[in-house]
Design a protein around this ligand. Sequence first.
Ligand code: HEC
Length: 133
Amino acid sequence: MNRALWLTLFFAACGPEQQQVERSVTPAVIDEPQVASATAAPLTGFPCDVREVLQANCASCHTGQTYSPHFFTREDLLQPQFTQSLAQRIQPTADSPMPPRAMERQPTAAERQVLEAWIAAGLPAGECGALSP
Ligand code: HEC
């Protein structure tokens, strides 16, 4: 409990400022659900916007029969095989960019930004599931 709250409670206990006590106690009650969610299972999926971009631009090859290497989950992409080259390969100016130049479907500027921000942040987990073939 913070110091201001202690002081408020202390003075409230000595005086008729019941109203103020109720107001200052409210934030502590609101905090409870956050404490509870901190103990919930940690996220392991893709952030949903990232999953959408990967599904639209990468899944056709990287989850399919024709090409390897495969990735379906965030855990797959955390393999050094991918982390070592991901940031570089998604640049359209790369020697051999991903998706390859020959692909008609190229990421939009906004989609690239989503991927770049996610990679720069260290591939943080999110709430959305594996890519589908
Ligand atoms: C046309 C099919 C195709 C698409 C679409 C595609 N890739 Fe690839 N990707 C490949 C193939 C084939 C390889 C393996 C050969 C190579 O490294 O160029 C590869 C390799 C990679 C690698 C390097 C893996 C390694 O072992 O070095 C990364 C990282 C990668 N892709 C990421 C992506 C991402 C991210 C997307 C979407 C933005 C994407 N790819 C879209 C076919 C594709």
